[in-house]
Every structure is written in C-alpha cells, then in structure tokens.
Ligand binder design. Structure first.
Ligand code: ADP
Ligand code: MG
Length: 485
C-alpha cells in the first residue's frame, strides 16, 4: 500500500424527489408501494406521446449546478442515449451528454473528511430520466414503471479522491446538499442514490496531476449504499495492488465490474473494448431553449443556508460544542426540528441536549425518521417549559418524554395522568425533612464528622414524595434544618 497512490472518480446518481411530477410526463413523482400507479402513457412509451420538460426539475438541477460552482449552459438541450432494455420501453434514455453543455460543467466542491477540508473537481452534472425497475422471480419477471421518468441527476467527479474515506465523505456531503437545498430526500434506503465507482492505482512517486501517469481505471457499477462504496473501493485497491505485485497490472484492460454484497468482492462484467455505442444525438422532440439570466439569478438567490453554515451558527450563536453541532446538522430533518424548537423560544442549549441525548437515541433504536416522531417541536418546547417553571423536575421530564412517545399523548396530559406535579411547597417538604432528621440522629452526627449522609436524606425525601419534591428546594431545606441541630 505504501508504494502506491489511489485515484477514485465517482459517478453519483441521485433522484430529484422534490418535484410534483416526473421530468417529461405529468405522472406523480413519488414513491409508491403499489407498482404501476404513478404512470402516464409517455412513461410506457405509448406511440404518439411526446415529452414536456418539467421546469421545476430544471430549476432544481440548476440549483445543484450552482452549489457545485459549475458553469451553467446558455441553452438547455437533451440527447438520446440509445440502448435496449426491458426497463427502457422507448429504446433510449433522454439525458445530457457532456457536449455541447449539460446543466453544469467544470465545478468543484470542498468537503470535510475527518476534519480536513478536501477539494474535488466536478467534471459535470447532468439531468436525465430514471428507468423503470424490474423484479425477477424464478419463472417470470415484472416491470414497475413508477420509477420510469423520475428526474435523475448524474454527477461526475474528476479522479481527485484518494481513499474510500474521502469518497464516502464526499457522498455524505452531496446527500446533505441535496437535502438542505430541497432538491431531494436523497434517501439511499429508497434507492434514490446509486453510484458508479472508478478506481485505479499508480506509483507513489509519480505526479497524479498528469493524466499520463494514471493507472488503468476499473469501473464498479451500481453500488447502492455508502458502506458498499467504501467496501468496494477497499477491495478493489487490494485486488489491483495484488495484480501489480504479480506483474499483471500492466496487461489489465479497462473494465466494468460489479460489487457483490454476498461475497464482498467485485466481479468482472465486461471489458471497455466491448463498450456499447450509444449513438447519442440531440433529442428532436425537445427544442433547445435559452436560460434567461434573470431566471438564473432567481435560482441562485433561492439557495438556502446549507449544513456548514447552520453548523457554524450553532457553534457561534448558540454556543453548542462542535460535536453537538455536527450531530444536529447531519440530517436536515433533525436540524429543521431543532430550529423549529428554538423558534418557539426554547433555550438552544437545552433543546440541543434533548435532541442529541434522548430523541436521536430513540429514533435510532426505533429506526425512525424524526418527521414521523409523535413528539413535535411544540411538545418538546412545552416539556422544557414545565421543567423551567418548576412544574416537574428534570428527572420527571425524562419519564414524561418516554410516556409521550409510548402512549402518544401530549406532555401536559401525561403529567396530569401520572399525577406528576413537582412539589414546591416549603412547609410540606420541611415537614418531611424534620421528621427524617428526628428519626436519624446518628446520621446527623456522622454528617458532622464529615461523612456524606446528605444524599441519603435527599433520597428519602424523594422517596416520600415519589420524586416530586423540587430538588434544589429540598437540598436547601435539609441544609437549613441540619444547621439548626
Ligand atoms: P469513460 O469515458 O469511461 O466514461 P470518463 O473519462 O468519462 O470515462 O470518466 C468516468 C469516471 O471515471 C469519472 O468519474 C472519472 O473521474 C473517472 N476516472 C477516469 N480515469 C480514471 C482513473 N485513471 N482512475 C480512477 N478514476 C478515473
Ligand atoms: Mg464518461
């Protein structure tokens, strides 16, 4: 490993999930369990149907292009990529090849990889349509056209990534961008993200900025999870190094492989020599059209605060630790939840504590998205307020939260039902304390000798009040009463 450097280039596909309809038809753009329900005649290539470009999809694609510091084209156009496959009934995919110019060219992205800022050059980002999906059974196959025509962004990086960690950090940053910029949910569990991974190795002492020095690239197709990307890259690096050591790397041809999750290996599919000729040409049914500079400006100014800016705000304005800020911005839905809670007037540090220490733990355990959590930001705010106003103790508030989640009832209702009011009545607490001290003169003696019996008395008061005594009040009263003796 020490003798080599690694070059990795990614082709990342991400469905645009935030348009109402598909990219060229009026069918709903949305996931459905029920096959063939979100479809229009065009998605099945019925004769006589014609594509109509979805303006919103172009807008979101341009937004991504701008965030990636790409050049935007003067004209929008599409091309046909011709090939036959059952999930592609037209016999071609409408896409954008890199000439004359796709929705974005020659940009870059700076991203954080384990605390180190790293830059990757973007070759291009283009807009295309997704294909249908097929399922195979022992004696038959089925096709579901729900996915056919869903807008898809393909982003192609230069081979600037140098390790599996960098590749995954880049993909995570892209997912965050797609979410924060309201382009896509970017959920790999829903199959919205798919990657092709290109890997090569070269000698350590050669200059990687000169393409002449690059090794032979191996493309690994359709890796569906970030963990898969990491494992596929690490496996491929090992495999290529082994070939090199055996003196067989030089004769290796450019090839396409696939990642096999069962064997944890990459498997040979085809050589680049047999590359398919897609016979690209400009899609004649979609006239090219000029992008007005006012529209482009409008799109540019619609780019919202992204994760790095939110993180900075959390650290500088809300004084959260870098660790907490990082956790809160990781998923946009979580960050939105946090911001809503604060907008209601909650203490930023307190709200961050609740979310990072209790709520995220629960979501993790239940494998749930914060969007589906019964506890709304309003309820969290109410709960925090009850503690602040001394209605319940902070210990009780944890129990209330668990019950809210379990029984799906609002915090106030739970507090009522559990008869959980914090006792802040001086004479009531004092009565209990006086009685306790009377019962345990030996412990007061121990206390005077320097032994800690204080916690015992606090515990007894809590026990007597079923945890409802105001803790700081209890502590003060015990101190006062002990001093009197
Ligand atoms: P192709 O013509 O096979 O599609 P491209 O030049 O378009 O190849 O590159 C496709 C992807 O492969 C890009 O992400 C690019 O960064 C990456 N790539 C190109 N050459 C190499 C290499 N030698 N090692 C690793 N990745 C590479
Ligand atoms: Mg290419």
């Amino acid at each position: 490993m020490e003798d080599y450097q690694v070059l990795i280039g990614l082709e990342m596909h991400c469905e645009i999930s935030n348009t109402k309809t598909k990219v060229f038809s009026s069918a709903i753009n949305g996931y459905s369990e029920e096959p063939n329900t979100h479809i229009a005649p065009l998605d099945m290539a019925f004769p006589g149907t014609l594509p109509v470009v979805n303006k919103e999809a172009i807008k979101l694609a341009l937004k991504a292009s701008m965030i990636l510091h790409c050049e935007q084209p003067e004209y929008m156009y599409f091309e046909r990529k011709n090939y036959y496959y059952p999930d592609l009934p037209k016999g071609y995919q409408i896409t954008q090849e890199t000439k004359p110019a796709p929705v974005g060219s020659y940009g870059y992205l700076d991203f954080d990889c384990k605390g180190k800022m790293t830059r990757v050059r973007i070759n291009n980002i283009h807009l295309e349509e997704d294909a249908a999906s097929s399922d195979h059974y022992p004696t038959f196959s089925t096709i579901d056209y729900n996915r056919a025509g869903v807008p898809l962004l393909e982003l192609v990086t230069e081979p600037d990534l140098r390790s599996a960690e960098e590749a995954v950090a880049f993909l995570e940053t892209m997912r965050s961008i797609y979410q924060y910029a309201d382009i896509s949910e970017a959920d790999s569990r829903k199959g919205q993200i798919r990657c092709d991974v290109n890997v090569s190795i070269m000698d350590k002492d050669k200059d990687p900025s000169d393409p002449k020095n690059w090794g032979t690239k191996v493309e690994i197709k359709n890796v569906n999870s970030f963990g898969g990307v990491r494992d596929a890259i690490n496996y491929e690096i090992e495999r290529q190094i082994a070939l090199k050591e055996e003196g067989k790397y030089e004769e290796m041809q450019q090839q396409t492989r696939r990642w096999d999750e069962d064997t944890f290996t990459t498997i040979y599919m085809r050589s680049k020599v047999d590359a398919i000729d897609y016979k690209y040409f400009v899609e004649p049914n979609i006239p090219k059209f000029k992008l007005s500079s006012t529209w482009l400006e409008e799109i540019r100014s619609s780019i919202p605060e992204l994760a790095p800016e939110r993180k900075e705000k959390y650290e500088k304005v809300y004084h959260l630790s870098e660790y907490d800020a990082t956790i809160l911005v990781k998923e946009k839905n979580v960050s939105d939840y946090y911001e809503k809670t604060i907008a209601l007037g909650a203490d930023p540090k307190g709200a961050a504590n609740w979310i990072t220490s209790v709520i995220l733990g629960y979501l993790n355990k239940e494998e749930m998205d914060i969007k589906d959590l019964y506890l709304t930001p309003e309820m969290l705010f109410d709960l925090m307020n009850m503690v602040k106003e001394g209605k319940i103790s902070s210990k009780q508030s944890k129990e209330v939260l668990n019950k809210v989640l379990e029984l799906k009832k609002e915090p106030a209702v739970i507090v009522e039902e559990l008869g959980m009011k914090q006792i802040g009545d001086d004479s009531l607490i004092r009565g209990i304390v006086v009685q306790l001290l009377d019962e345990h003169p030996d412990l007061i003696e121990d206390h005077r000798k320097g032994k800690n019996t204080f916690d015992f008395f606090v515990g007894q008061v809590m026990k007597a009040t079923r945890g409802q005594a105001n803790p700081s009040m209890t502590a003060n009263i015990i101190r006062e009463e002990m001093d009197k003796r």
